[in-house]
Design a protein around this ligand. Structure first.
Ligand code: GLN
Length: 479
């Protein structure tokens, strides 16, 4: 049962072959059984909230009674929400994030909250204040980050679906490293209300699941205009039609040969080329495109994201929010210093310092403004590319999941985002789907679409998943 898609689970519920309470308890048992090995979850419900169970039973639509896990940066009413930080270790929100309310209303049942890099900063999930997450395919390796808890949980089938967030790659990169499907919709599609902020102009909620079809079913319930988020988009209700046949006749797929050449791992290169061959065999036409400014994306992102983070994280001052140092302070500045030194981990402190520096007078024009210009140029590059193609297919990560502790300096970790950051800077919808593994470890292919065209990337992925079964493969130890 743990390998059935949402549509099958829904059928079993409708035919009363299983009740939603039983389904939830199958997954809750798995959470309890496997979490000590994976450390993917920071909170596991004792039982399913009876109120939720009632809504689930009466909710219309395909998600009624389907269990899920939320990344621990979505605020959940009366359930701890830590954002992977000591700063919020004891925070229990009095409200639900908009995403959480939408999914509750659709009848989904929250089983647990997923571990993550502190404040979603990281590419390996080693920066959580609550310990690193293990990759279910090889416990010595990282699951990717920052949504590594969500990705490891879905890969080990602790739930069929998990929410996640992506600022520079945090859905796509862990999805690729854990062998599951994960989508970040266009910026503005999913409300950020109640989602702990990292870099507000980039942060976007999304979803991880086994297949693109499952992601789409959940995304349809998540995406809606929200007047509580000023960057939320007013658009017609989004509808998902799952493709019935695998033909990609007439689809123009953009590829960037230079990015494929940059893949130093030959097995990843071969599996990327094989996936592109499959798209061609399904009728797609490959067209070479270029994003000439994308090589500057990592540098620009690591100015812009820390700059926004330094402003967003100013609210954690020990008075209004979160942890307060118990040590004796000389004055209020001393109290701030002690509180923030104890509450934030090293990577978060580094970003706050970098961001504050980039925004300070004298450096603002040279760094922050330049980075904004590069961001604009990258958006223009994409516009140009999408005047020639319907969708782009590019690598997700230059490497398979690496070993814990292998990337000890910040910069080599930052480079791991080279293929995911460009679409984030442009705010475009993008996903990662599993392709042929390399040396037994998962590999992903990234599909990027034009603004607000989540449909093209999801239907392309669904068609690919009609003719392949990489997305259904599970790590043996968790069967
Ligand atoms: N790895 C990137 C960072 O550390 C992206 C994180 C994210 O998307 N939340 O900022």
């Amino acid at each position: 049962m743990i390998n059935l898609g949402l549509r099958h689970l829904q059928q079993s519920l409708q035919k009363q072959q299983i009740s939603s309470a039983e389904l939830a308890s199958v997954y809750l048992d798995r959470c309890r059984q496997f979490n000590p090995t994976l450390n993917a979850l920071l909170y596991i419900a004792d039982d399913i909230n009876p109120e939720q169970l009632l809504t689930a039973q009466s909710a219309p639509g395909p998600l009624a009674g389907i269990p899920l896990i939320h990344k621990d940066l979505f605020s959940t009413r009366q359930v701890p929400t830590t954002a992977g930080s000591r700063m919020l270790a004891n925070y229990v929100p009095p409200f639900d994030a908009t995403v959480v309310s939408h999914l509750n209303n659709a009848g989904m049942l929250t089983l647990a909250k997923a571990n993550m890099d502190e404040f979603a900063m990281g590419s390996s999930n080693e920066y959580s204040a609550f310990g690193s997450v293990k990759n279910p395919w090889d416990l010595q390796r990282v699951p990717g980050g920052s949504s590594g808890g969500s990705a490891a949980a879905v890969a080990a089938r602790l739930a069929p679906v998990a929410t996640a967030s992506d600022t520079g790659g945090s859905i796509r990169q862990p999805a690729a490293m854990c062998g599951i499907t994960g989508i970040k919709p266009s910026y503005g599609r999913v409300s950020r209300f109640g989602m702990v902020a990292f870099a507000s102009s980039l942060d976007q909620g999304g979803v991880m699941a086994v297949s693109a079809d499952d992601c789409a079913l959940v995304l349809a319930a998540m995406m809606a205009y929200d007047d509580k988020d000023s960057t939320s988009i007013k658009a017609d209700a989004w509808q998902w039609q799952a493709p019935q046949e695998a033909s990609m006749q007439g689809l123009k797929v953009g590829i960037i040969p230079g990015w494929i050449e940059q893949l130093k791992d030959n097995d990843i290169k071969q599996s990327t080329l094989a996936a592109l061959d499959t798209l061609v065999a399904q009728g797609a036409q490959l067209i070479e495109v270029d994003l000439p400014h994308a090589e500057l994306a990592v540098a620009a992102y690591y100015i812009l994201a820390p700059a926004e983070a330094s402003a967003n994280l100013a609210r954690f001052d020990g008075i209004r929010f979160g942890h307060q140092s118990a040590a004796k302070s000389l004055d209020i500045n001393d109290m701030y210093r002690k509180t923030r030194s104890e509450g934030f981990g090293h990577e978060v402190q580094r970003r706050i310092m970098l961001g504050t520096w980039a925004l300070s007078s004298g450096y603002y024009d040279d760094y922050y403004c330049q980075a904004q210009r590069i961001r604009r140029l990258i958006s223009e590059d994409f516009k140009q590319a999408f005047s020639q193609v319907d969708v782009m297919a590019v690598p997700v990560s230059p490497e398979v999941a690496f070993k814990h502790g292998e990337k000890s300096d910040g910069v080599s970790m930052y480079q791991a985002d080279q293929f995911t950051i460009p679409a984030s800077l442009a705010g475009l919808p993008c996903l990662s789907m599993p392709i042929q593994p390399a040396r037994g470890l998962p590999v992903g292919l990234q599909l990027i679409g034009p603004y607000f065209d989540e449909h093209v990337i999801l239907s392309t992925a669904s068609k690919y998943q009609l003719v392949t079964d990489y997305h259904q493969q599970m790590p043996g130890a968790f069967l």
